[in-house]
Write a protein that binds this ligand. Sequence first.
Ligand code: HMG
Length: 391
Amino acid sequence: MKIGIDKIGFAMPNFFLDIRDLALSREQNENKFTKGLLQSEMCVAPITQDIVTLGASAADKILSEKDKKDIDLIIVGTESGIDQSKSAGIFIHHLLEIQPFARCVEIKEACYGATAALNFAKNHILENPESKVLVIASDIAKYGIGTAGESTQGAGSVALLIKKDPKIAVLNDDSVCQTRDIMDFWRPNYADFPFVDGHFSSKQYLDFLTTTFCEYKKRHNKNLLDFNAFCFHLPFPKLGLKGLNSLFSKTENLTKEKKLEFLDNFYSSIIYGKRIGNIYTGSLYLSLLSLLENCQNLKSNDVIGMYSYGSGAVCEIFSITLVDGFKNQLTNDRIKDFDKRKRLNTSEYEKMFFEQIKLDKDGNSINLPQDDSLFYLEKIENHKRIYKKIK
Ligand code: HMG
């Protein structure tokens, strides 16, 4: 049975910060961020946007009424949970009016969560061939004002509809994972922002990539030349480029033309991430969307390598094969949505960054700002989050 990605949706908050404005405010040379990290903008979320509103918006863009009847499993991959107990998937299930006899869960392993969700989705469909699974990768990345990681923040959500006979790409049976107990990036329950050992984390990302790819080649008797493009988890786009270069350095008989093709495809895959920032679980899938919507030379049966990395750390390398007509499932003018966002100056961004929901003694929110997004947090009532959809 062929199981894979049938539709991909994406949603982001309506605000962004230009990375050059951040550089100016932090007295850094802007080239450090624009060339050293290859970042140009980052999305900023107001308090009325969270993993639920972003996830619901991403999925709402792709689901038909029939999909809502067929989905019987929703898995949200996230590390920006809004509740220690209740799954964000349940709120999303309600907001999207998905049929009631469904299972909803949330999954966590840093940026790797959504890839684990894809695996579970695939196994679920193997057992229930007529079902559809909604996988949502939703996160808001916040490191803190003035920290080294600040220029790599972002916010957004990718929704993937998984089913048999998919219209975009088949998930191949070739996953290779690796796990090591390391402390490169983590967020204890008592901390609002993660602790991160930035340079160590980047080294680990690259070491996981090369050692896992070595194992992948051994197990499947394949090498880089068996792929047409490679998508990476992008904490910042430059690290993906370093990853691609490290794969080049281990590939024999790589012609100049093939190398240029990989590089060309790589630059297509970072167009969206450069303007959104790190969206943790969704970052790899945003690279895929960016590649598919911006690369002119991909065709059906092309194979795309996928590198998923979640700090802590777990990684996975797997591949997908494009199917006939995949372009029909995509749009070619998404960049217009990016241009509609409001550009914040640094002080507006800092104000938004520190904004907290104020509660009265009974757990009711006081004066949440207005939000004209499709889904938004309307209020908190007696400690319960109440979401709304603009009609
Ligand atoms: P830093 O230490 O301040 O920056 O922050 P730097 O000094 O390493 O400079 C960055 C790059 O800019 C370097 O390039 C500089 O040379 C260059 P490189 O040498 O590495 O190629 N540079 C310049 N280039 C041109 N003109 C200039 C200039 N100045 C400097 N004038 C750091 C970098 C990555 C540490 C920081 O951004 C950070 O802590 N980020 C957060 C952690 C992170 O993203 N880690 C990545 C791997 S871990 C991961 O992917 C998992 C994650 O997504 C979380 C999860 O799984 O949940 C993070």
